[in-house]
Design a binder for this molecule. Structure first.
Ligand code: ZN
Ligand code: ZN
Length: 126
């Protein structure tokens, strides 16, 4: 599958019973919603799976108009309900979710910094 954000290709990646795809260039992750839930509960999954450079992820996070590698329709941008600074893309047809490099690690750990950052964002009126 072609990576929705760059010229790389999404290659299968397995960790324990979790099966996702990872881009061979930008290290973005493509996974099913149920796999993401499993990944969040798995010890060390972020080290094994989210090995990309967060700086690349931050740059690609700004790419607009990206399409589902399965069905080709535009992906919806969604923010995590608990960590609203994290934006990821998901297929409205449920084919998967795309996380930029570093985003899964960020999602998995709600840090004190996140709490403060979200409070500041809300204060600004967003
Ligand atoms: Zn890529
Ligand atoms: Zn799709």
């Amino acid at each position: 599958m072609q990576c929705p954000k760059c010229d790389g290709s999404l290659e299968p990646k397995q960790y324990t019973d979790i099966q996702i795809h990872r881009c061979n260039l930008c290290a973005g992750l493509w996974c099913k919603p149920e796999e993401l839930t499993k990944m969040r509960g798995e010890w060390m999954s972020e080290v094994e799976l989210d090995s990309g450079d967060p700086r690349t992820g931050a740059r690609l996070n700004k790419v607009e108009d990206i399409r589902c590698p399965v069905c080709g329709i535009a992906l919806d941008k969604e923010s995590d309900p608990k960590q609203t600074h994290i934006w990821y893309e998901s297929c409205p047809e449920g084919h998967g979710i795309f996380l930029d490099a570093g985003e899964f690690t960020d999602l998995k750990f709600t840090t004190f910094i996140d709490v403060v950052r979200d409070m500041l964002t809300r204060k600004r009126g967003n």
